[in-house]
Design a protein. Structure first.
Length: 121
C-alpha cells in the first residue's frame, strides 16, 4: 500500500511540474512532458533580454525590422543565400537537451518559420 501512495505522489508531482512547464514555456503537452522528464539534463543558454511573451508575438510573414522591434538581439544570426536564421537559445554543451527558440527568414527577409520546442540531443 505504501508503494501505491508513493507512486501516486510522484505521479501527481510530475503532472504538476509538467503543467508548470507547459505554461512557463508555452509548450504543447508532448514538449512539456519531455522537458519535465529531462529537467536534470537541460542546458539552455538564452539571449539577453529574451522572453517567451515577446517571442509568441512573432508571426510568419513579419520582416527583419518587425522582429527586431519585438525581440532583443539574438545570440547569433546565421545568413546564407537561402535566407537567415536568428537563434535566441542554444545548448550550453554539445550534447545538452535544451529549449530551442529560432526564427528563420526567407531570401526576401520575411519570417518563414519559428522553432519553439524542447530539443533532445
Amino acid at each position: 500500500m505504501k508503494w501505491l501512495k508513493a507512486f501516486l505522489f510522484i505521479l501527481t508531482c510530475f503532472g504538476l511540474m509538467m503543467t508548470t512547464n507547459k505554461v512557463r514555456f508555452r509548450y504543447d503537452w508532448e514538449n512539456a512532458f519531455w522537458r519535465t522528464l529531462m529537467t536534470p539534463f537541460v542546458g539552455t543558454i538564452w539571449a539577453e533580454g529574451f522572453s517567451e511573451e515577446r517571442f509568441a508575438k512573432v508571426r510568419v510573414g513579419m520582416s527583419f525590422d518587425e522582429v527586431a522591434h519585438i525581440l532583443d538581439e539574438p545570440l547569433r544570426k546565421d545568413c546564407s543565400q537561402k535566407g537567415c536564421g536568428w537563434i535566441y537559445s542554444n545548448q550550453d554543451t554539445g550534447t545538452a537537451d535544451y529549449d530551442r527558440r529560432w526564427i528563420t527568414f526567407d531570401v526576401t527577409g520575411l519570417v518563414d518559420g519559428l522553432r519553439h520546442e524542447f530539443y533532445i540531443d
